[in-house]
Design a binder for this molecule. Structure first.
Ligand code: HEM
Length: 274
């Protein structure tokens, strides 16, 4: 059972045409196993996070609600989420037997996703704190402290998080890779179908290049099944629900901020902005 399906080109060459579709079940079941194992771990083994002391003068200086996501960032998130769900359902329902004319809906959602990603890159680079989502030295140091403490060795207490915990940063990095792979290949694949943007040109690349492009698109696509499942799971977990609400309303409470974040590592904006 190969991971890729092959065909013979008109010149007799073996070329890949796309991934083997059982991989979508591997991803979906892998995602499900992760959720179940994580839920059991949290229920029976995880120790509650410590809440370090907060200087009272700092607590007094902070507003009751702390701005976490600007309106532009929230709109981007929900437009991207909608496009992502349309892409996943249009791509994979036909592969599990639900037949419909999916390609047009698929590329339209693809264009929306691509446009929203371009917007996000510009927004994050020039109007947001670009580095807040990438792991820094303190994250690595704290991860190693946590690991040593979990193994029963002595290590200084890890700090509270900056705006984003290391896990969120790593998740973001992986979804950037999968998202860029799906969108970059998807834009080229639009030359294979009829769209109003450019003349269809299936001869833009040779059979081998097209085949590899479909394989990469498919791999990124199935990877996104598990990634989206994990994301939605964390969004609905009770202890993360305040964060999910902040993606709707934009802010978190002062108590939540002080419990989970280090004010020296994440200085919240005092105005609603950008
Ligand atoms: C969540 C992201 C995405 C997923 C899960 C996904 C999944 C898929 C899958 C599984 C296929 C079938 C490929 C094959 O037959 O080998 C496909 C085809 C296609 N996708 Fe996507 N895709 C995504 C994003 C995009 C984006 C962003 C675009 C456009 C910008 C796009 C445009 C296309 C096009 C044009 C096809 C080819 C249809 C054809 O040749 O019949 N996709 N996609």
């Amino acid at each position: 059972m190969g991971l890729v399906e092959w065909a013979k080109s008109p010149w007799g060459q073996d070329v890949p045409i796309h991934i083997a579709w059982f991989l979508l079940w591997v991803s979906a079941i892998g995602g499900l196993v992760f959720l179940v194992v994580h839920a059991i771990y949290v229920r029976y083994w995880a120790t509650p996070e410590h809440a370090g002391a907060v200087p009272p003068d700092l607590a007094r200086k902070l507003p009751e609600r702390i701005q976490r996501h600007s309106l532009a960032a929230r709109l981007f998130h929900w437009i991207m989420a909608l496009a992502m769900f349309v892409l996943l359902f249009t791509a994979f329902l036909p592969k599990v037997g639900v037949q419909f004319a999916w390609v047009t809906w698929h590329w339209i959602a693809g264009v929306v996703l691509t446009a929203s990603i371009i917007f996000h890159i510009i927004h994050a680079s020039f109007f947001m704190d670009f580095w807040s989502i990438w792991p820094d030295k303190a994250d690595i140091e704290d991860a190693s402290r946590r690991l040593r403490r979990a193994l029963g060795q002595s290590a200084p207490e890890p700090r509270k998080f900056a705006k984003y915990p290391l896990e969120n940063k790593l998740y973001h990095g992986v979804i950037v890779l999968a998202g860029l792979a799906a969108t970059l290949t998807g834009v080229f694949m639009m030359f294979r179908v009829r769209t109003p943007f450019f003349t269809r040109n299936p001869y833009l690349f040779g059979d081998m290049t097209w085949g590899l492009m479909y394989v990469l698109h498919g791999l990124a696509g199935v990877g996104l099944i598990a990634l989206v499942m994990v994301h939605v799971y964390f969004a609905v977990r009770p202890e993360k629900f305040d964060i999910t609400k902040s993606m709707v309303f934009g802010d978190i409470s002062r108590e939540h901020y002080l419990e989970h974040h280090d004010p020296e590592r994440w200085v919240p904006e005092t105005t609603t902005s950008k």
